[in-house]
Design a protein around this ligand. Structure first.
Ligand code: GLN
Length: 229
């Protein structure tokens, strides 16, 4: 069973759990989701990781007591070929892991660069990443979590197979600095780069877990399997 770690720091964690459960069903690969709360959980059995969105400053602070972020970065240093998905604040942490650590992605990022919370928006994106197909064997329901949250039903053609466009949800999102991206672009909003792949680190400035198109979560699971077996 593939063990996928999810940093339970703050922010959109429960939606990522739901997205992972759906993606695992869509690709027919069994997974165990490990809700990471302290660094001691980061063992060599974790074969992929998600850094969710939220508020990166709050995440850095929240991680202090159990050194979770340090544990996560140590794990990434130890296993550079294991896939990591960083969304929004997660992408910020990959670009700027803090003092004394080298960035995990070759791109600089500017926080809150689309404006304030009110300027959050949705837009159609173009995706250029080879992602595994979805072949679910059963109808998947959206569940409520312990807090009675339920992912938004943001879907459109992409969820039913139009692989050329993707519903991008940007919430007080960061922006990659122009000309700073030195790795593969995988998502664009018109001319703007909004998703990149550097080795096995996938950094998106939007929130794929808030849509019904699970292709990035499928990517994570399948890459984890390829790397681990
Ligand atoms: N504005 C947040 C930050 O700077 C990121 C927002 C998000 O993850 N949706 O960390």
């Amino acid at each position: 069973m593939l063990r996928i770690g999810l940093a339970m720091l703050q922010g959109a964690r429960h939606e990522h759990i739901e997205a992972l459960i759906h993606a695992s069903e869509e690709v027919g690969i069994e997974i165990e989701i490990v809700e990471l709360r302290k660094s001691s959980q980061l063992d060599s059995d974790i074969c992929a990781l998600i850094l969710p969105g939220g508020e990166s400053t709050a995440m850095r602070k929240a991680s202090k007591s159990e050194s979770l972020l340090d544990g996560i970065f140590d794990w990434m240093d130890k296993f550079p070929n294991r896939p990591v998905l960083g969304t929004c604040a997660g992408a910020i942490l990959l670009s700027d892991p803090g003092e004394q650590r080298q960035p995990y992605i070759s791109a600089q990022i500017s926080r809150n660069a689309w404006g304030r919370q009110r300027q959050s928006f949705e837009a159609q994106l173009e995706i250029e990443l080879d992602t595994p197909e979805s072949n679910p064997t059963k109808e998947l329901e959206l569940q409520r979590d312990n807090f009675n949250h339920k992912p938004l039903k943001i879907s459109h053609d992409a969820a039913i197979g139009n692989l050329d466009s993707y519903p991008g949800v940007f919430i007080r999102a960061p922006r990659f600095l122009t000309n700073s991206v030195k790795c593969t672009t995988v998502a664009t909003l018109q001319d703007e780069v909004v998703g990149i792949l550097d080795g096995m680190k996938l950094a998106l400035t939007f929130h794929p877990e808030l849509t019904l198109d699970r292709r990035f979560h499928r990517w994570l699971i399948v890459e984890a399997k390829n790397n681990f077996s």
